[in-house]
Design a protein around this ligand. Structure first.
Ligand code: ADP
Ligand code: MG
Length: 139
């Protein structure tokens, strides 16, 4: 476990850049945290760190974005999904264990459907400050 404090969106993005730079094809990153804690900002940094230079936006409404890259990146969001069946319908299972890098926002809603060995990153409000977040990584 490792914890850092981010004091701006830019710091969260940069944390993601460093983190993404260490990811390997096949890695799954499970982002947990309430609405507005910075999961999408972090995902943007992670994608940049992986080397993807296109736009990265919240997949809340479409559930999943695909970004073409050497190892394709799948960016999913479980926020609006209600049942395990809906999550299973997304087809994430077929991506796990492939060459793809998968980033899942709101992963805490369905922890049982995330693969063993995935990398958990939790974002929380910190110190009652509008721009501070505590980021905890599981490994
Ligand atoms: N330290 C911080 N890290 C990340 N986002 C921050 C931070 N401080 C303020 N913000 C703001 O919080 C919001 C986070 O939004 P977003 O990444 O979409 O959250 P989520 O995907 O968790 O719902 C953005 O408007 C961002 O500018
Ligand atoms: Mg989001």
């Amino acid at each position: 476990m490792k914890t850092i404090i981010s004091n701006s969106p830019g710091e969260t993005f940069q944390f993601g850049v460093d983190y993404g730079g260490r990811l390997q094809p096949g890695d799954v990153v499970a982002l947990s945290g309430e609405l507005g804690t910075g999961k999408t900002v972090l995902a943007q940094g992670i994608c940049f760190g992986i080397g993807y230079r296109g736009e990265v936006t919240s997949p809340s409404f479409v559930r999943i974005h695909t970004y073409p890259h050497t190892a394709p990146i799948y960016h999913a969001d479980l926020y609006l999904l209600r049942t395990e069946a809906e999550v299973i319908d997304l087809g994430l299972d077929e991506l796990y264990g492939s060459e793809a890098i998968v980033i899942v926002e709101w992963a805490q809603r369905f922890p049982g459907l995330l693969p063993e060995g995935c990398h958990w990153i939790e974002l929380e409000w910190y110190d009652d400050k509008e721009s501070s977040r505590r980021i905890t990584i599981s490994d």
